[in-house]
Ligand binder design. Structure first.
Ligand code: 13P
Length: 252
């Protein structure tokens, strides 16, 4: 089994250009220690080109976008297409982050359209899934994950799916300081792999990277990353501190 280990930093709506510069410069200076781990930075749209330039030839670090539109071009004021992202050197797009599902009412059917655009432009989607606190309390978390995954994956062939990365982000753990326990995270990651096996096959299920997100930090990353089905992290708050982010990358 040789899954790509990934640590992705989702900056959300944070940083100025000057702060982005400082952060990336520090991360790049640590990159020689990243070994086999791929680091992906998801800055806000306006800084993508600049961040890409700052990374330069550093192969261990890639740039992604936090979102894209469902259409390729046209009269959609304020929106950004996957083709635009490809043209500025993005390689990844976050799809279906819980903040987009919640605040912007993105439905699974929207995510399918976005991923079609992402793949058509030779980018890789990081599909985010995860249950809310209420859903876990009601013991509906497995049902929610099945629904979120099958409604999207059923629309893609195995060849298309081979480009996916999955992120499990329990909503109750995002930005709360309340990380899922290793057991809780491992249980869902293994469950996600079993769903992928059911939809496609076990070979692809064993090859797909599944990241954990939700209050993952420099203190708890090591234990989480030791779980057999956790292939890395999608980091929010801690990705805004270069030292913490690099320490997380060094946690495998
Ligand atoms: P935090 O690491 O701040 O909890 O955010 C996780 C997240 O939403 C990453 O996409």
């Amino acid at each position: 089994m040789n899954r790509q280990k990934i640590v992705a930093g989702n900056w959300k709506m944070n940083t100025t250009l000057a702060q982005a510069n400082e952060l990336v410069t520090k991360i790049v200076s640590h990159a020689c220690g990243f070994n086999q781990v791929k680091a992906i930075i998801f800055p806000p749209f306006p800084f993508i080109t600049e961040v890409k330039k700052m990374i330069g030839d550093e192969k261990t670090i890639s740039v992604g976008a936090q979102n894209c539109h469902t259409h390729s071009s046209g009269a959609y004021t304020g929106e950004v297409s996957a083709g635009m992202l490809h043209s500025v050197g993005c390689q990844y797009v976050l799809i279906g982050h819980s903040e987009r599902r919640n605040y912007f009412k993105e439905k699974n059917s929207d995510l399918v359209l976005k991923i079609k655009e992402v793949l058509a432009n030779k980018l890789q989607p990081i599909l985010c899934v995860g249950e809310t606190f209420e859903e876990r309390k009601a013991e509906n978390h497995f049902k929610v994950i099945i629904e979120q995954l099958t409604s999207v994956l059923s629309q893609f062939s195995i060849t298309e799916f081979s480009q996916f990365i999955i992120a499990y982000e329990p909503v109750w753990a995002i930005g709360t300081g309340e990380t899922a326990s290793n057991e809780q995270a491992q249980e869902i990651h293994a469950f996600i792999r079993s769903i992928i096996t059911d939809i496609y096959d076990s070979a692809i299920a064993n090859n797909i990277s599944i990241l954990y997100g939700g209050s993952c930090n420099a203190q708890n990353a090591k234990e989480l990353f030791q779980c057999p089905d956790i292939d890395g992290g999608l980091i929010g708050g801690a990705s805004l501190k270069a030292d913490d982010f690099c320490q997380i990358i060094g946690s495998f």
